[in-house]
Write a protein that binds this ligand. Structure first.
Ligand SMILES: C[S@@+](CC[C@H](N)C(=O)[O-])C[C@H]1O[C@@H](n2cnc3c(N)ncnc32)[C@H](O)[C@@H]1O
Length: 267
């Protein structure tokens, strides 16, 4: 078990790069295979934090209020070691595809699908929170989260920059576009590629860290482009002009915040 000092450093949103480390500026210059999903999961998702509680509640209320066909295909781009965005779509979709760039994260995600892992209880609190909404309740009552994940989720290697266009009916993107690199252009392209991967009219939820210029997982620095609500709105304007922006209260660091965007891909 990592010490609490290490724990603070490993949060996806917990600490900036140290003075003597400079985040590589572009996505393909980062060795994403050094991303440690076990530690990332342990420090971010083993318990249900209050900021994640707010995110789950907003996403649940949004997806629970829109029509999604039972045959729908969902996309979660850049899942890392976070299953709750894909869990938000499982009750409504025939299939949910998790597209991830890091081989280490792909291996971790595939291990979650083995029967061996079915008694990992860390997702139960997230699942119960989804189950409080009437649109989710019957499915949540009838299925355990990892059973549903094993049944309906597929894990594919891939990059946000190479997603097929207009292929998915609903999508999530949590802390990915702002965390691809320190490059403004890659942030904007990441948001656009995600939205272009959705069919016209598809609902989506996307979470962003604001004000972050990077984070560490076990002494390994990963980059971020520091966005704010206006930059996020600007990035969404072309493909999702009506997106709703919800600030999320977080106590991580004074200079870092979170924003959730929900809406529909322009028709
Ligand atoms: C800050 S983590 C967010 C992980 C997770 N979605 C969450 O909510 O905690 C950024 C994720 O983006 C992934 N990633 C990095 N470059 C990517 C790319 N080009 N395409 C897709 N995913 C990428 C990383 O491997 C990592 O899983």
């Amino acid at each position: 078990m990592a010490s609490s000092a290490t724990a603070l450093k490993t949060r996806r949103r917990g600490s900036g790069p140290t003075a003597d480390t400079v985040a590589p500026p572009r996505n393909d210059q980062v060795d994403w295979n050094l991303f440690n999903p076990r530690i990332y999961h342990a420090h971010n998702y083993r318990t249900l934090r209050d900021d994640d509680r707010q995110l789950v509640t907003h996403v649940r209320d949004f997806f629970g209020s829109v029509r999604i066909a039972p045959t729908a295909k969902g996309l979660d781009i850049g899942p890392g070691a976070n299953l709750y965005p894909s869990l938000s779509m499982l009750p409504f979709c025939g299939q949910v595809e998790l597209v991830e760039y890091s081989a280490a994260n792909i291996a971790w995600l595939r291990r979650q699908q083995l029967w061996l892992r079915r008694f990992d209880r860390s997702w139960d609190k997230f699942w119960s929170l989804y189950g409080e909404h009437p649109a989710y309740a019957p499915f949540v009552r009838a299925n355990r989260p990892l059973d549903a994940f094993r049944e309906k989720a597929t894990v594919s290697p891939g990059s946000i920059f190479e997603l097929k266009r207009a292929r998915w009916d609903v999508g999530t993107m949590f802390f990915v576009a702002c965390s691809l690199s320190a490059d403004r252009g890659e942030f904007f392209r990441g948001v656009s590629r995600f939205l272009e991967a959705l069919r016209p009219g598809a609902p989506f939820a996307a979470a962003f860290m604001t004000g972050s210029s990077g984070y560490e997982i076990k002494n390994q620095t990963f980059p971020a482009f520091p966005v704010n609500a206006d930059i996020i709105k600007h990035a969404l304007t072309r493909h999702a002009p009506g997106a709703e922006i919800t600030p999320i209260k977080t106590d991580l660091r004074p200079e870092v915040g979170m924003v959730l965007a929900t809406g529909f891909r322009r028709r």
